[in-house]
Design a binder for this molecule. Structure first.
Ligand code: ADP
Ligand code: MG
Length: 702
């Protein structure tokens, strides 16, 4: 259970005064709470870092205050000029002076009583706001702050500025943050004193204070000790959670998988191609891991089209040689079926039994599969999340392969792990994840890379076209179809939305059909499973030559003789997604083309993305550029899967702290594996604080 110390942070923001349903909804949008629409908590505000400050320390005196500058002035109030009665569009003006000159303070629709109260004639007050010179006269329209000399201390000379969303007033947000901050409890110290000393880190609460009440613009900088402290805490929570998972799975392990190679040899003999050197090397690394008594945790990185599937298959064959079962888990049903279709014939040649399990197998069929898994008759199971539902029990699951990993969250990984005693784990991803990101997402993991593509692949030509040239494009497609080419045509949404004017796949299908004839298919996410299969199969067989599709084909779909991909509204897609989509072509020895259709005008980021797509096919470079354009959380797909990303830590700015956190997490668990010590208790609080408490459950389970 969550320590009660943290309760105030987990209360709804509506427990704060001045935050009702409307503001709460706006905050949910701003903070991106998951699942969408969830009420934000007080803690979400506490851990919302300001991204800027307004510096009010400039006090030049009226005559020397430049146009447009934010200044703070100490002025004596001379006289009030209320708006003439009945003419509220004429502003209320208050005149004041200091030693250097006179200023007119201007108010529209002002409340006279209030103005007279805060600026009594003859008194000296502090005003702070943006300076304007109007017809050569200094003025200030609606000062941001007005305070008496006595209240001077309460005036924020350096004011934090938070990100905003439409409809949310900065004042309401800032007040909410302050109120939330007041509820943040003092935490027991979980950082090792030598680390605190070495980097001069403040306490957790002190760091939050500094962040939200900066005295200097530097106080909110990423390299300020306050921000470093919070980043370290966030990294430590993540690394500790990962280390706990590892500790738990290691404890269960101790299984050597010895294969004699006879099944692998049969499969390799059945392949219509020879393995690339990269593939052979990866298989060597994987089987070496499998032979070890330690549990394997390995990442197989290979750009789209590099041939990861067959590497996975050979790893599963090795497991079967050692008498164990393997599971291959993928994010979508389309992909599950496709993998099954590729793997089953090859595996069957080696005498292995392969089955498919998704949400769609029902009744008798499902029972038979479940029975086969229980008895061990099935050697290899391919499927979606259905693979780790409660009812699924395995005879002896020794290897789990997760394809296109970035779609799965930590939670799902944990569930899956609980199925076998300690299955070895291979994660296959096309996203070339930089090492630091691997570390934050997976902890220590070994990595195999497929650095070369199968021989004979031809580069993909990428072109960018405006929507206006659509009819010309359709003509080109007609010719291409006549030549016997296969074309994917990608549309962003399934149905015409009222809000966003995008072409839906259905509409595009209807409009292309009369132009191109009957040889055109459609596949989208709202179709039933069998409908999707039929559409994919018809395209694969060549019955249809052009397949209009939504992004259901984005990940992993393999129709090797497809040579053209058209992506409509390319400006709406992220870089990683465009790269994935483009990877659907260029899978044979024929030249391929990717046509990115955009609807102008293009924003800066969209323009940059399309340019990169045209310049390079190198997945690693694309991932790096993507990182620059989008930030870290999205690259790992944490947004999609709802795993909490990082709120305060920046991998770029705080890399050093990530490394320390990783070492520290290991050290902690080596000394105190159950987190029983006083520091251990504090660390449990840290895990809950950053919502890594899934890992705490592992402790109790032992
Ligand atoms: P990805 O790494 O994107 O998952 P796949 O495993 O789907 O790639 O493989 C892409 C295509 O390349 C498939 O059609 C597969 O049969 C083929 N392929 C895999 N390895 C080789 C190879 N060594 N030589 C030729 N073709 C290969
Ligand atoms: Mg794949």
């Amino acid at each position: 259970m969550r320590p009660s110390l943290l309760d105030p942070l987990f209360a709804s923001v509506r427990s704060l005064s001045g935050i009702g349903p409307k503001v709460s909804g706006l905050l949910a949008t701003l903070l991106g709470t998951q699942p969408p629409g969830t009420e934000p908590r007080v803690g979400n505000l506490v851990y919302l870092p300001p991204h800027n400050v307004i510096d009010r320390r400039n006090r030049p005196g009226i005559a020397y205050a430049p146009e447009g500058a934010i200044v703070t002035l100490e002025v004596r109030i001379d006289r009030h000029h209320p708006s003439p009665s009945g003419r509220s569009n004429v502003p209320y003006r208050v005149f004041a002076h200091d030693d250097t000159g006179e200023i007119g303070l201007t108010f529209f629709h002002a409340k006279q009583a209030w103005l007279e109260k805060v600026m009594p004639v003859g008194e000296t007050v502090i005003v702070s706001g943006t300076m304007e010179w109007f017809n050569g006269r200094p003025t200030m329209v609606h000062p941001d702050h007005i305070a008496s000399i006595d209240d001077m201390a309460s005036l924020p000379l350096v004011e934090p500025v938070y990100p905003l969303t439409a409809g949310l007033s900065p004042k309401v947000l800032a007040r909410g943050v302050q109120e939330a901050l007041a509820k943040a409890p003092e935490m027991p110290e979980w950082i090792d004193p030598p680390v605190l000393d070495k980097y001069g880190l403040p306490s957790h609460r002190q760091a939050l204070q500094t962040l939200h009440n900066p005295q200097d613009p530097g106080d909110i900088a990423l390299d300020h000790p306050a921000r470093q402290r919070l980043a370290y805490d966030e990294f430590l929570a993540g690394q500790l959670a990962l280390a706990l998972v590892r500790q738990k799975t290691k404890r269960l392990s101790g299984r050597k998988l010895d294969g004699d190679g006879h099944l692998k040899a049969k499969i390799i003999a059945a392949l219509p191609y020879t393995l690339t050197n990269s593939q052979s090397q990866a298989i060597k690394e994987i089987t070496a891991d499998l032979r070890q008594p330690e549990r394997m945790l390995r990442l197989l990185q290979g750009d789209v089209g590099s041939g990861k599937t067959v590497v996975g298959l050979l790893a599963m064959a090795h497991a079967a040689e050692a008498g164990g079962q393997s599971a291959l888990m993928v994010p979508t049903e389309v992909l599950a079926r496709q993998h099954f279709a590729t793997i089953a014939p090859l595996a069957t040649k080696a005498g292995l039994r392969v089955a498919l399990l998704t949400g769609r197998e029902k009744g008798r069929e499902r029972e038979e599969i479940l029975e086969g898994l229980r008895s061990g008759a099935i050697h290899i199971i391919v499927g979606t999340h259905a693979l780790f539902q409660e009812k699924v029990a395995y005879h002896d699951l020794v290897l789990v392969i997760v394809d296109e990993q970035h779609r799965f969250g930590v939670h799902q990984r944990l569930l899956l792990t609980s199925k076998g005693t300690a299955p070895d784990m291979l994660v296959m991803t096309a996203t070339p994840i930089p090492r630091t990101l691997v570390l934050t997402a997976f902890g220590d993991m070994d990595v195999s890379k497929l650095t070369e593509k199968p021989a004979g692949r031809r580069p993909i030509t990428t072109a960018i076209l405006p929507m206006e040239r659509l009819s010309e494009l359709v003509d080109r497609m007609k010719t291409a179809i006549a030549e016997g080419q296969k074309i994917y045509w990608i549309c962003p949404l399934v149905e015409e939305s009222e809000l966003v004017d995008l072409v839906s796949a259905e509409e595009r299908f209807e409009s292309l059909k009369p132009l191109l004839g009957a040889r055109i298919g459609l596949v989208h996410g709202r179709m039933t499973g069998p409908e999707k299969d039929a559409a994919m199969l018809a395209f694969k067989n060549g019955e249809t030559r052009l397949l209009v599709a939504t992004t259901v084909v984005e990940v992993g779909v393999d129709v090797p003789d497809a040579t053209i991909i058209v992506i409509e509204h390319a400006e709406r897609f992220g870089l990683a997604q465009l790269h994935q989509l483009r990877g659907r072509v260029g899978r044979s020895d024929k030249p391929s083309t990717c046509l990115l259709i955009y609807k102008g005008p293009l924003g800066e980021v969209a323009q940059a993305r399309l340019k990169i797509m045209r310049e390079t096919e190198d997945g690693f470079r694309i991932a790096e550029e993507d990182l620059k354009l989008r930030g870290e959380g999205e690259l790992l797909g944490t947004r999609q899967s709802g795993t909490p990303g990082f709120r305060l830590a920046s991998i770029e700015a705080h890399e050093e702290f990530l490394e320390i956190a990783r070492k520290d997490a290991r050290y902690i668990l080596a000394r105190d594996p159950e987190l029983q010590s006083a520091r251990g208790a504090a660390l449990r609080i840290l895990l809950y604080l950053f919502e890594r408490d899934e890992a705490v459950r592992l402790l109790r389970a032992g």
